[in-house]
Design a protein around this ligand. Structure first.
Ligand code: SAH
Ligand code: SF4
Length: 471
């Protein structure tokens, strides 16, 4: 396997040559810049990858459209974490057959995690002949070369191999979906091999960006007016492995916090096994870091956590939560839970219910276990019927709905700072996010979008808070 290394994308001469050739080709063949439709499924990392693809496509001379019917290039950036995400992609790709028939020049590409799985790549190759370009998440650095092959070479281009290229590309132009919020990856890949999860197989080994590269990217974004930065990694808490000089995530967080400017720092995702008191201390002490901890627990049962290969016990997890509550009063806590892992019994599930009653999360991201081929859990006996798992799942949602609704009531009467994210002219309401990542609606104007505003909470609804502008 290749070792990871940092590389300036702009200095990759071969790829820059392909990029130049495509630019010349497009200028010659299109009267106006051709349009690309780029759509990302899945996690924030995938969204960021989509923004990087757009950055490269813009360098090649593409403009962008939100309507696939107007596009000369359609690129779906896919997710493999659960089966339903994959089915949606296959459905959407199937629907493109007609478009391709009408316009044989249309280039259809599939990128990202899903394509890194051998059986998916095979299916695309054999059953979707109108898909021209298939590229795994770690083939990113070859996009110009692969697209050149399709556009100019008039050949299908298929490149997938998660251990293929572990390079950390810097200086990639990124076209952000939003100008006041941005994702900034700090690690790529994952080494944890949770037994249910496909990510380590499709994203390859974990590697950390150099702190100076992360800081430069954040600084540049803040200078351009960005108000919220989310540091991304499958397990941000293991940031720094293999870097010289050594650095831990808590230290990186402090350095980002020391950058000048008014902005909020978030991060995802924290793995409990690597979540330290130092990290919680940093959250407490850094004024720009949101007082929110998303700490996926997955299950409340030690037996299931062991089978999931999570490397912590519920006692340790509860201790972290207690420490976070003590050090960061009022902290918002959220988590991920999988229901119906193979071999999970009613007793195990009830331990999960007990945990959520005790912790009282503000919100949960809940998933029914989805079998991923090639993972360690693939062949575990899974005797609980799907209907039973669905019943447990609804039970969990109901329990959490009641807890989340109760917790929101504590905010009524409080004055808080929120970031206005969008405006609905039909209602005159701004949709905002609190420091703890809660949704807050308040009356306002369109020109307040992207600004921090001070509001007083007037009402707790089931899923969000209502507020008015504070005096
Ligand atoms: N790296 C992050 C999460 C990545 S995937 C972490 O470890 O927390 C996001 C969430 O999807 C996971 O936390 C898990 O709850 C869920 N998930 C992952 N694989 C799954 C599977 N096979 N079936 C159901 N849910 C899954
Ligand atoms: Fe998947 Fe576990 Fe890695 Fe998260 S930490 S991406 S759940 S293997």
């Amino acid at each position: 396997m290749q070792k990871s290394a940092t590389q300036s994308f702009l200095e990759l001469t071969a790829q820059q040559d392909f990029l130049g050739e495509i630019r010349a080709y497009l200028a010659e063949h299109f009267a106006a810049p051709p349009l690309a439709f780029v759509h990302s499924y899945g996690c924030q990392q995938s969204v960021y990858d989509g923004e990087r693809y757009k950055g490269l496509l813009a360098l090649m001379g593409y403009g962008f459209t939100d309507d696939p019917k107007n596009a000369s290039l359609i690129l779906y950036n896919t997710c493999a974490v659960r089966e339903n995400a994959e089915q949606r992609v296959f459905g959407n790709v199937g629907a493109l057959k007609g478009l391709k028939k009408k316009n044989p020049e249309l280039v259809i590409g599939l990128a990202g995690c899903m394509t890194e799985q051998p059986h998916v790549a095979e299916k695309l190759k054999m059953s979707y002949p109108y898909v021209d370009l298939v590229m795994g998440a770690n083939a990113f650095g070859r996009l110009p070369e692969l697209l050149y092959r399709v556009l100019i070479g008039k050949k299908r281009s298929i490149r997938r191999d998660p251990s293929d290229d572990l390079t950390l590309y810097e200086d990639v132009p990124v076209i952000h979906e939003c100008d006041f919020k941005a994702f900034v990856p700090i690690t790529y890949g994952c080494d944890n091999f949770c037994s249910y999860c496909i990510v380590p197989y499709v994203r390859g080994r974990e590697r950390s960006r150099r702190p100076e590269d992360v800081l430069a990217e954040v600084r540049g974004l803040v200078e351009k007016g960005c108000k919220e930065i989310t540091l991304l990694g499958q397990n941000v808490n293991s940031y720094g492995k293999g870097l010289e000089p050594p650095i831990h995530f808590a230290e990186l967080l402090r350095r980002v916090n020391d950058l000048p400017g008014e902005f909020k720092i978030r991060f995802m995702t924290s793995h409990p096994k690597d979540c330290t008191h130092e990290l919680i201390d940093a959250i407490a002490e850094c004024n720009k870091v949101a007082k929110h901890l998303h700490l996926p627990v997955q299950s409340g049962s030690d037996r299931i956590l062991k089978a999931m290969n999570r490397h912590y016990e519920i006692g340790q997890y509860r201790e972290l939560i207690a420490y976070a509550r003590e050090k960061v009063p009022g902290i918002t806590l959220t988590s991920d839970i999988i229901v119906g892992f193979p071999g999970e019994t009613r007793e195990d599930f009830e331990e999960t219910l007990r945990l959520i009653q005790d912790v009282r999360y503000h919100a949960l991201f809940t998933f029914i276990y989805s079998l991923r081929s090639g993972t360690a859990a693939e062949h575990l006996p899974d005797p609980i019927p799907a209907e039973e798992k669905s019943r447990w799942f609804r039970e969990l949602l109901d329990a959490q709905g009641a807890i989340g609704g109760e917790l929101l009531k504590d905010y009524v009467g409080k004055t808080i700072i929120v970031l206005a994210e969008s405006y609905a002219p039909e209602t005159g309401l701004l949709s905002c996010r609190s420091d703890g990542n809660l949704i807050v609606e308040t009356e306002g104007r369109e020109d307040m979008v992207g600004q921090f505003i001070k509001v007083t909470v007037t009402e707790a609804m089931n899923w969000a808070l209502r507020a008015k502008t504070a005096e």
